[in-house]
Design a protein around this ligand. Structure first.
Ligand code: GLU
Length: 269
């Protein structure tokens, strides 16, 4: 199903929601319990209403840093791999807790680029995730950072979530971040900056917008979000980039309301 405009978003059945560390973590470090709670409540409501939701969640390395009380993100790859392993359990523990209160089951799926590149592994992963969705569980996906070295990494969860839309044959990709979509300039610095409600083609002008915003500098900033939206568009999947902190952001998006930035899909699936 191709969702060519916001008015068609209502028809989405299978949705990939990606949430970044900037949403999940407090500025002072540590998980934001309110964000986790709201996210779980919203996803649970969507599943109850008959939608299928796959969550792509970052936050493993950030949680690992929190666990070891490290302030600065290390550069050394094996340090990051260890932090991801330490943090992933904490991350899933948090999801178990909030979804558990709603009696919704969650499942951890850790993927590498090789799983997505190899046909047999790709189909195996697709089958397993479909089964989880049939069981009305919420698959929570992250890159398997502990075994993925730089050369073979997807590297950021924005791009990973675009590949996941193809893996699970989703109709819609939602990227939740700390800003309400793509802006014409950095809204923190420039009062004339405007939100771009719809993008039909990710051209030079759009890339220019992304490079200018503060969010561009964080891991998985606006640049990787546009890469992801572009990939999804090529798979025939629409993307919405929106601020993830709102209580009802997922419902607003799925109701076709004018929030964030809607990136139109191209052609057919
Ligand atoms: N997989 C990384 C983590 O869980 C996040 C990558 C990203 O933020 O895009 O820490």
């Amino acid at each position: 199903m191709i969702l060519a405009s916001r008015s068609q978003i209502k028809k989405a059945r299978r949705v990939v929601v990606k949430v970044g560390s900037s949403v999940l973590m407090k500025k002072s470090g540590g998980f934001s319990p309110v964000v986790f709670k709201n996210l779980a409540r919203q996803i649970d409501a969507l599943v109850r209403s008959g939608k299928e939701v796959v969550l792509v969640s970052s936050g493993a390395i950030a949680a690992g840093m929190q666990k070891l009380k490290i302030k600065k993100r290390p550069q050394l790859i094996r340090k990051k791999q260890a932090l991801a392993a330490l943090g992933q359990t904490a991350l899933m523990h948090e999801y178990e807790k909030v979804f558990g209160r709603l009696k919704r089951k969650v499942a951890q799926v850790l993927l590498t680029r090789e799983d997505l590149d190899d046909r047999r592994r790709f189909l195996n992963a697709r089958q397993a995730i479909s089964e989880l969705l049939r069981l009305k569980a919420v698959p929570i996906i992250n890159e398997n950072d502990t075994v993925a070295v730089e050369e073979i990494q997807v590297g950021d969860n924005d791009n990973l979530s675009a590949l996941v839309t193809n893996l699970v044959e989703a109709d819609l990709l939602i990227l939740l971040t700390d800003i309400d979509g793509v802006y014409t300039a950095d809204p923190w610095l420039n009062k004339t900056a405007r939100r771009v409600p719809i993008i039909s083609n990710i051209d030079k002008t759009v890339h220019g917008f992304a490079g200018n915003t503060r969010a561009a500098k964080s891991t998985g900033g606006m640049i990787t979000k546009l890469e992801a939206a572009e990939k999804a568009a090529r798979f025939g999947v629409a993307t919405v980039i929106a601020k993830g902190h709102g209580k009802n952001i997922l419902k607003s998006i799925l109701d076709g309301k004018d929030c964030g930035t809607f990136v139109q899909p191209k052609g057919r699936k």
